[in-house]
Design a protein around this ligand. Structure first.
Ligand code: FE2
Length: 215
């Protein structure tokens, strides 16, 4: 079963000036594409070849896990971005953030602090726990909330390859720019998925061998 890279849900120049087309040229076309190619090569002739991406993530380790999870993480990350349009979250979601973090600005501050504290390469997530509460979570390298039975709503890629072209070594500037691109509609749609939420790709209605982004 061959895994395929999903189409970006926007043009490569649509996130400028916050994320440049050059960054997407490297991040999507080279980094993400390489994870998918490596995954396909690694699973050839193994039991993983017949599994869908989520099952591989939940049952593998080492290079197969790393490439499978990076494929999923990046697919999810592209969905978390949209061209800058100034739109914020709905009032209902702001209320939810208020209950969990004190408010929208407080959430952004806490999420940003976590992203800056995430040492080395990794991902910063907003996740929903089984009891419905929201939590900010840092993972390292390819690790993701699916492995921890937590349901991801939002993620920020804090690997240096995500921002080095546009912001050099300034992760804080990248984190600030991220809020101009956050796709709150995507985040809120993730919230309403049926349980077990963590076991599906956003927009996925059945088991499939490749992933796609919601539109
Ligand atoms: Fe990345």
């Amino acid at each position: 079963m061959e895994h395929k890279i999903p189409q970006l849900p926007y043009n490569k120049n649509a996130l400028a000036p916050y994320v440049s087309s050059e960054t997407l040229e490297y991040h999507y076309e080279k980094h993400h594409r390489a994870y998918v190619a490596k995954l396909n090569a690694l699973i050839q002739g193994t039991d993983f070849e017949a599994m869908n991406l989520i099952d591989i993530i939940l049952s593998s380790s080492g290079p197969i896990f790393n490439n499978a999870a990076q494929h999923w993480n990046h697919t999810f990350f592209w969905g978390c971005l949209r061209p800058p349009n100034g739109a914020g979250p709905s009032q209902k979601f702001v209320e939810l953030l208020r209950g969990n973090f004190g408010g929208l600005e407080e959430f952004k501050t806490q999420f940003g602090e976590a992203a800056l504290a995430n040492f080395g390469s990794g991902w910063t997530w907003l996740v929903q726990n089984e009891n419905g509460s929201l939590e900010i979570l840092n993972t390292s390298n390819a690790d993701n909330p699916l492995r921890h039975e937590q349901h991801p709503l939002l993620t920020l890629d804090v690997w240096e390859h995500a921002y080095y072209i546009d912001y050099r070594n300034s992760r804080p500037n990248f984190v600030n720019a991220f809020w101009q691109l956050a796709n709150w509609e995507f985040v809120e749609a993730n919230l309403s998925r049926k349980q077990p939420k963590w076991a599906r790709m956003p927009g996925q209605t059945e088991q499939r061998s490749s992933t796609r982004l919601p539109h």
